[in-house]
Design a protein around this ligand. Structure first.
Ligand code: MTE
Ligand code: CO
Length: 423
């Protein structure tokens, strides 16, 4: 179940042969190869003897065709209809921390709607001095702020509670994306309307048929919640809530209301709605653990992984992955090659931002023997990502939400990788 770039594999295979023919030896400590006879170096290639595309060939560019396997995928048996469903970010094939919008997972309860800026309205009502309605143009006149944040569906990893099931981190951890947002702090809009002292909760709704209504405590609403209209430098995509969505850093994805149409201010959480009570964690004794909004620290090795096996054989190997915490910054990521017996600290690569994805790398010299790969995130509060068994001991098996257990990949000698659990 591995993704291959058609051309890439052939080319790598070919280079390998050429290098071997030229007598080059790949040393254990380096991934470079000695120069040898190689037509890709010595011959003039097609792409160097004719013109490429003109500048206006694609006014809005798509990835080159060799990258066409880097796409969102869904799991068909998961939901009855693709309209109320979810697909998954190809995290096994991405690097860095920013998720391009075009391959960022989507979760809709009643499909992605098309709402124009001209038809867009946002209402603030309830326990406020002045109920207000904003057009898109009105929102554009408020001071803006920027936030880079991960959005993780509370159900991410939900299929793995009972045991290792799906072959690839795209499916086991891919209900997550991380974008740089620009928008208006919700606080500014609430201040404009004048929140009354009894207003301790907001209830937010979207313009789609499901409305996806959610209650959020006023403290969070006044803290870092953004009414966002740009992501990764451009307008939000339709499937992520164009033209306006709520960004609720560190909190579960269902609160990130898309196509935001109303913010009601109330004295209590609106609990009568089926949607609000749905996102609770069912415990072993039948009780529900609720209001588990913050996403606890978690990590996953994205490569090697079942969809990104090792193709180059033993020697230098880059192990990389993602870590995140809804409680703040990632402080450290440990990697184990032997199923959690020994751990070594990975490098955190690039800026470490609070409530955002953090990239880690560990460079090893792989001797070609099998590995039981794991990563373990530790956040700035000192919280350590638990094993799946530790989680099950506390929450049982009835649960679907908030699975932040340690992921295990079994790397075989041939470089293929499988999703497993260690006892
Ligand atoms: N907002 C509306 N209006 N309708 C929805 O169905 N789904 C929620 C949330 N906001 C939803 C919504 C859920 S469960 C998640 S996980 C996130 O949106 C997913 O955001 P995305 O589709 O941009 O990935
Ligand atoms: Co969700």
């Amino acid at each position: 179940m591995s993704d291959d770039t058609h051309k890439g594999t052939t080319r790598r295979g070919f280079l390998g042969t050429a290098a071997a023919a030229g007598g080059a030896v790949v040393g254990a400590a380096t991934a470079a190869r000695a120069a040898g006879p190689d037509p890709l170096i010595t011959e003039v290639q097609d792409w160097a003897s004719s013109f490429g595309d003109p500048v206006d060939a694609t006014p809005y560019g798509m990835p080159i065709r060799f990258e066409s396997h880097v796409v969102r995928r869904n799991v068909e048996w998961l939901t009855e209809s693709p309209v109320s469903s979810i697909n998954f970010t190809p995290i096994h094939a991405l690097e860095g921390t920013i998720t391009p919008q075009g391959c960022a997972f989507e979760r809709h309860h009643s499909g992605a709607i098309e709402l124009s800026k001209a038809d867009y309205r946002l209402m603030i009502n309830g326990l406020v001095d002045k109920p207000l309605v904003f057009t898109y143009e009105d929102l554009m006149r408020f001071p803006r702020a920027s936030t880079t944040a991960f959005c993780e569906c509370a159900a991410n990893g939900g299929m793995e509670w009972g045991g290792a099931q799906l072959e690839g981190c795209q499916f086991t951890q891919g209900m997550i994306h991380n974008m740089e947002y620009i928008g208006v702090p919700l606080r500014l809009l609430l201040e404009e309307a004048g929140v009354q002292p009894e207003g301790t909760w907001i209830y937010v709704e979207g313009a789609d048929a499901s409305s996806n209504g959610r209650s959020i405590p006023m403290e969070k609403a006044m803290d870092d919640v953004l009414v966002a209209f740009y992501a990764n430098g451009e307008a939000l995509r339709k499937e992520h809530g164009y033209p306006v969505r709520l960004v609720v850093p560190g909190w579960e994805g269902n609160m990130w209301v898309k196509w935001l149409r109303r913010v009601g201010v109330y004295h209590a959480a609106v609990e009568s709605r089926e949607e609000t009570s749905k996102y609770t964690d069912l415990m072993a004794d039948g009780t529900a653990r609720k209001w588990t909004w913050v996403m606890d620290a978690k990590s996953v090795i994205t490569s090697p992984s079942p969809q990104a096996p090792i193709r180059h054989g033993k020697g230098p190997l880059v192990i990389t992955g993602l870590a995140w915490s809804g409680h703040g910054k990632i402080a450290r990521v440990d990697v184990s090659l032997d199923g959690g017996v020994n751990w070594q600290e990975a490098r955190l690569t690039g800026d470490v931002k609070s409530k955002a994805l953090t990239r880690f790398h560990l460079d090893i010299d792989w001797d070609g023997s099998e590995m039981i790969l794991q990563s373990r995130a530790i956040d700035e509060t000192g919280y350590v990502q638990p094993t799946k068994d530790e989680l099950r001991e506390i929450r049982g098996l009835n649960n679907v939400y908030h699975n932040n257990g340690i992921q295990t990949w079994w790397v075989r000698e041939d470089g293929e990788v499988e999703n497993v659990e260690v006892g």
